[in-house]
Design a protein. Sequence first.
Length: 271
Amino acid sequence: ESAIAFSCLVSAMWLGEYDCVSPEVFHSVFEMRYPTFSKQTQQDAQEFLICVLNDLHEALKNVRDQIQRCVTSAKGIRGSVSEMSVITQLFEGQLSYGITCLKCKTTIDRPETFTVLSLPIPSKSACTLQDCLKCFFQQDTLTWNNQIHCSWCETKQDAVVKTTITKAPQIIIFHLKRFECQGKYTKKLSTDIHYPLSELDLSPYISSLFCKNAEYSLCAVVNHCGFLDGGHYTAFCKHSVTENWYSFDDAQITKIPNSSVQTDTAYLLFY
């Protein structure tokens, strides 16, 4: 039901019959499945996004599975059905955690799929998106309680972990971790993060075996104004045909210059 409601919403947006389109029908259907996202409470946009992507994937994957089962049944082929959907084709990437034992130098790779990369913010005042990426992909050393059990040494050993992208998605989503825990308290980081509108080069973080076209262009931004206990979400979106930027603030949709896309309230970045 939520997939059908979402398709109706997208159709209404692109038909251009109205100045603005309300996602109320989609939201009412969606909150029946996920009561957490009710109208009475403020929720996190990143958590909502992940739930929407997962829900659409499950719905569209089932349709694909049914078609695949018919095809394999007709051909008499047996085997596992790939859990693919348009969501995985567009948004799913893969990380590889290369863990190297510092004693015997043995390295094991642990893959992990992702749809959103949550990036730490290394500065309280100002930084760049590349600074956040360097912080996320920097090599970490595992010691003390974080030691690994090395299968070669057969004991716990210190190790280093190097993260790389082994599959870059068509659309990569960055979540800027603006909420920081300090003891019992959590506060919002208002760091001004400079992010490029085009030519974002991810090649330093992609495995050389899989690095082909590593340049990305910004296509949308989700902004959050306010504090932890209250605030307001807006969005900037780039029209895929005209390449003009638009601001979406509830029912207010306005064309904006490229210079206005850079803001210190950015929370989610879509490249």
